[in-house]
Design a protein around this ligand. Structure first.
Ligand SMILES: [Zn+2]
Length: 387
């Protein structure tokens, strides 16, 4: 077996294709290994529609980036024929080493996808020495293809989250199957709100699933999501992700602190002390005691947030319901005293409004454990948006 034959095997070449030349271009840095692939004159090629062996009509020379050959970049060049099929007319054939439209060989793409499963895309792009936009395009293609074949016939519970590419004000909404620990993403669609819920329903039903089989949906408290879920997944119990309830009060607390900082001197370290949940430094502990001793409104907002954590620790649905009632009444009293606490009152009104869906987490068993694993998915979605 000679060198050409070994490389032919690596490329997945089959009749009539052969390696017909190799040159190492040492003028370029890094050096470029150029492989020429072609077929004998007069060879016949399969029609892409029916597979009938046809004569070549004309040729166009194309080049693909292939796996590095040691430290050298490697390119494959071939004259790709259009065939003239008696039945289908003039057609561009498919080459066995690359998918139509790609500037990379299949082996290169496969290696790239394997790498991106192990490390961030920007790092992979650096290793492969390609532009990261190109790498995202490869990932986008293979992800879409995998998604097209997904079987959703068993889907009974899903979570919906939106993410935005901040600078561009563009959104992606991601749907995850709550019963699948690995590869949980069932669907992702550009945009946000009610329309995305309908798009997911269509996707679900064209992949073996049924909207009527969905028993549980986890989401945030956004009106359009909740309305869409009500309309398209009428049999499902709605659960608000606990994370979103906490987020409401974290924001409210920060707003109160900012308002109060304009009129009163807050202890230093207050900002971090009130935002953290546990593991405070000594300085932060002191700041908190100081806040409470001085009877500042920021301290009230902080106590409301701390009490929310107490609700979360309830062991049973009954206990959670009782704690929630308690929380709402004590917190409302705490927050009634000042205009500076208006953000907290607003957060409490939101919780009151979605109380049932927030408490549903104790019944449904679908919690927010996935929130962190979703971060990676969101980053990926953001990058796809920026293409
Ligand atoms: Zn044909």
């Amino acid at each position: 077996m000679n060198g050409n034959a070994i490389i032919s095997l690596g490329l997945g070449l089959q009749e009539p294709w052969k390696i017909t030349g190799q040159t190492l271009d040492t003028e370029k840095t890094p050096h470029e290994l150029r492989l020429e692939v072609s077929a004998e004159r007069g060879a016949k090629y399969p029609c892409p529609e029916c597979g009938a062996m046809c004569n070549a009509h004309d040729f166009i020379t194309k080049t693909w980036r292939h796996l590095n050959f040691f430290q050298h970049h490697c390119y494959v060049t071939a004259p790709v024929p259009r065939v003239r099929c008696l039945e289908h007319g003039v057609k561009q054939i498919k080459v066995p080493w690359a998918r139509p439209g790609s500037k990379f060989t299949l082996l290169f793409e496969e290696a790239a996808i394997l790498l991106t499963m192990q490390m961030p895309v920007s790092v992979c792009a650096g290793l492969l020495e390609i532009d990261d936009k190109m790498l995202w395009r490869i990932i986008g293609f293979h992800v879409n293809r995998a998604m097209a074949g997904i079987d959703l016939s068993q889907l009974k519970a899903f979570a919906v989250d939106e993410t935005s590419a901040r600078r561009e004000h563009r959104y992606v909404t991601v749907f995850t199957d709550q019963d699948r620990k690995t590869r949980p993403v069932a669907f992702a669609v550009p945009g946000k709100g009610k329309e995305t819920i309908k798009a997911f329903k269509n996707h679900l039903e064209s992949h073996g699933g049924a909207a009527g089989n969905v028993r549980d949906v986890v989401s945030d408290m956004s009106g359009p999501f909740l309305a869409g879920i009500g309309q398209h997944f009428g049999n499902a119990r709605k659960t608000v992700d606990w994370f979103h309830a906490v987020q409401l009060f974290t924001k409210a607390l920060d707003q109160t602190r900012r308002l109060e900082a304009k009129t009163a001197k807050l202890p230093t370290a207050t900002r971090w002390a009130v935002l953290k949940s546990g593991n405070l430094t000594e300085k932060q502990e002191n700041a908190l005691s100081e806040l409470q001793r001085m009877n500042l409104h920021t301290a009230s907002a902080w106590r409301v947030k701390k009490m929310l954590r107490w609700v979360r620790l309830a062991a049973t649905p009954q206990a959670a319901k009782w704690r929630m009632t308690n929380f709402l009444s004590v917190a409302s009293e705490l927050a009634a005293s000042s205009p500076l606490l208006a953000p907290v009152r607003k957060a409490l009104a939101t919780v009151q409004k979605h109380r049932q869906a927030i408490l549903a987490r104790w019944e449904s068993g679908y919690s927010n454990a996935r929130a962190e694993s979703l971060n990676g998915i969101f980053q990926a979605a953001n990058r796809l948006l920026k293409k």
